[in-house]
Unconditional design. Structure first.
Length: 247
């Protein structure tokens, strides 16, 4: 079985990394290229960049930024936000991304997941699922969809997704721990890897998430001190979590 992954997440708006609580009150957290490079140096397995305003503003992701990130990183990274077509996804991969994440556009037209998987391969397709009280929201967590998280995750898998990026909006940015009930329910419903997101505040929280998911997304716990990733890896090993060696 593959070893679990630690994946720092960088939400980007107006060319800067931002972080909030439950998708609100966004604050500046640094430069996306430099912060990503710091995480890479500190031993991140992968990175995720999410352009959190692309869908709201009706535009594609920032290709110039993706290219600059690719020039600095030696680890895989995923880019999401504003991916509405196969062409959008191909442009991101050509700019240097390794995977694309889709959310709102896939909910509006689920066939997009199938099209992406057929053209790019499932390994390059991540379906992001933002959830509150078991219900899936869209457009940066602002709009109900009428879908349930488990049902949508199953459909995404059937349509060819390679991974599920599962975010608990209720836990996001709180540092009070992941929504383990939600994460376990989705993980048990699908056979593809699930990335747990939202709520990491300690090594114990991350270890608990990795007990039910294949990867843990990290944001608030790291952004003020990227070097925390190095000590976090040591703490997780002390808790019995088997991790791959840092690159």
């Amino acid at each position: 079985m593959p070893l679990p992954r630690l994946i720092p997440c960088l939400d980007v708006a107006a060319g800067r990394v931002v972080k909030g609580v439950r998708f609100q009150e966004l604050r500046d957290a640094g430069d996306p290229v430099e912060l990503g490079a710091s995480y890479s140096d500190a031993g991140a397995d992968e990175l995720v960049y999410l352009d959190v305003m692309a869908t709201i503003e009706g535009r594609s992701s920032l290709l110039d930024l993706v290219a600059r990130i690719a020039d600095r990183l030696a680890i895989p990274f995923t880019v999401g936000g504003g991916v509405r077509s196969v062409g959008d996804a191909e442009a991101l991969l050509e700019a240097g991304a390794d995977k694309v994440s889709v959310n709102s556009a896939a909910l509006e037209r689920p066939a997009l997941v199938s099209e992406l998987a057929a053209r790019l391969g499932s390994q390059a397709v991540v379906v992001a699922v933002d959830v509150t009280n078991g219900a899936v929201l869209t457009r940066a967590g602002s709009t109900p969809t009428g879908r349930r998280a488990v049902d949508w995750a199953r459909e995404a898998e059937e349509r060819g997704a390679g991974e599920i990026l599962l975010t608990s909006i209720d836990a996001d940015g709180t540092r009070d721990g992941y929504d383990l009930e939600l994460t376990r329910a989705v993980s048990e419903a699908v056979s593809l890897p699930v990335i747990a997101s939202g709520g990491a505040g300690s090594a114990v929280h991350v270890a608990d998430a990795l007990g039910v998911a294949q990867a843990a997304l990290l944001a608030s716990i790291l952004h003020e001190n990227p070097a925390r990733l190095e000590t976090l890896r040591s703490e997780l090993r002390d808790l019995g979590v088997a991790l791959r060696d840092a690159a």
